[in-house]
Design a binder for this molecule. Structure first.
Ligand code: AMP
Length: 221
């Protein structure tokens, strides 16, 4: 039986958090919580959350902490999170990280680690600009580095692949700036708590996955 695991995937947009998060989810049988995926779904469905979030997402800014924290707190109560979770894109600010500590403490849960995927800005821009996302299942592809078998179609579910509006070059620069100022300080936050594990995020999906496996210790058997 796969063991329980509670980890945060930290890293700039395009670092591979979504791809590695989905692999870890399959490997460990825990839930993957991507706040970006949840928000994009809400935007597509035009829910009140989606309407509020879309103005921030479109310009590459962060959605207010209170909105995000409530959303994650609720999601963590779901049955598929009982055995553990992979957090992808949350926390993204120090207040979010502090709120997560409170949420976990009240439920007597502890993090196993924070996997920080590191890569230079030029690689990030290259990855984001060519990234395509499945409208249906959120799977990620890259036009040059990981093209789908059939152009524009998701290999996993047959859904339509599209370019996220915030993956366009104009918005990428804003997102990177937001990352450097608001999210990068989380490295020190978790380093001080002895939880930070730095991982080289440059290379192929499988290489990065192997590096993560080395840090996590095993393949969850
Ligand atoms: P992502 O898919 O993680 O790159 O997220 C896409 C966008 O959703 C971000 O640029 C933010 O506008 C918003 N978002 C996702 N996660 C968070 C979060 N934890 N805090 C605030 N905004 C978020």
């Amino acid at each position: 039986m796969a063991r329980a695991i509670r980890v945060i995937l930290l890293g700039p947009p395009g670092a591979g958090k979504g791809t590695q998060g989905k692999l870890l989810q399959e490997q460990f049988g825990v839930c993957q919580i991507s706040t970006g995926d949840i928000l994009r779904k809400a935007v597509a469905e035009q829910t009140p959350l989606g309407r509020e979030a879309s103005q921030y997402i479109q310009r590459g800014a962060l959605v207010p902490d209170s909105v995000i924290v409530n959303l994650v707190a609720e999601r963590l109560k779901d049955k598929d999170c009982e055995k553990g979770f992979i957090l992808d894109g949350f926390p993204r600010t120090i207040p979010q990280a502090e709120s997560l500590e409170v949420i976990l403490k009240t439920r007597n849960l502890a993090l196993d680690g924070v996997l920080s995927l590191r890569l230079p800005h030029n690689v990030i821009v290259e990855r984001l600009a060519g990234r395509r996302t499945c409208k249906n299942c959120g799977a990620l592809k890259h036009v040059a580095f990981d093209p789908p078998t059939k152009q524009g179609i998701c290999d996993r579910c047959g859904g339509e692949l599209y370019q996220r509006e915030d993956d366009r070059e104009e918005t990428i620069a804003t997102r990177l700036k937001v990352y450097d100022t608001q999210t990068a300080p989380l490295e020190d936050f978790y380093r001080e708590r002895g939880l930070l594990r730095e991982i080289d995020g440059v290379g192929k999906v499988e290489d990065i996955r192997n590096r993560i496996d080395q840090v996590i210790g095993d393949r969850g058997q």
